[in-house]
Write a protein that binds this ligand. Structure first.
Ligand code: THU
Length: 130
């Protein structure tokens, strides 16, 4: 799927966001190695700390459906500046997807494109536990 199409899919996923407390709606579209697209949106809760980011929703959906290899993820928010994955999401994305491409976009255009290794330099991961 073309990058611009993947951005469109993430924009559509963003419409499902449950951002009742922050009002900050985020959509994600995760592309697996075989081209399957898994979407996510942020899901907030009255117990704020239970909030789950769009990127983690997409990744956990993908893992739970048996996907193991990933190509890239798109993150969409209504911000002029790029909205990058938060720290915990970077850790989760690194764990399960490694050095994938992360495309950031808003409702009109792409705002940034980075590799995970640049978003999470010097990562803590399973290699250190061996
Ligand atoms: N959020 C995401 O879903 N992804 C990001 O990359 C940044 C933050 C969500 C979490 C929370 O629901 C809202 O945005 C405000 O932090």
């Amino acid at each position: 799927m073309a990058g611009s199409e993947l951005v469109q899919v993430a924009r559509r996923a963003r419409r499902h966001a449950r951002a009742d407390y922050s009002g900050f709606r985020v959509g994600a579209a995760l592309e697996t190695a075989d081209g399957t697209i898994i979407t996510g949106c942020n899901i907030e809760n009255a117990s704020y700390g239970l909030t789950m980011c769009a990127e983690r929703v997409a990744m956990f959906k993908a893992i739970s459906e048996g996907h193991e290899k990933f190509r890239r993820i798109v993150v969409v928010a209504d911000t002029a500046e790029p909205t990058p994955p938060c720290g915990p999401c970077r850790q989760i994305l690194w764990e399960f997807a490694g050095d994938i491409e992360v495309i950031m976009a808003n409702l009109r255009r792409e705002t940034a494109r980075l590799q995970m290794k640049d978003l999470l330099p010097l990562p803590f991961d399973g290699r250190l536990l061996k």
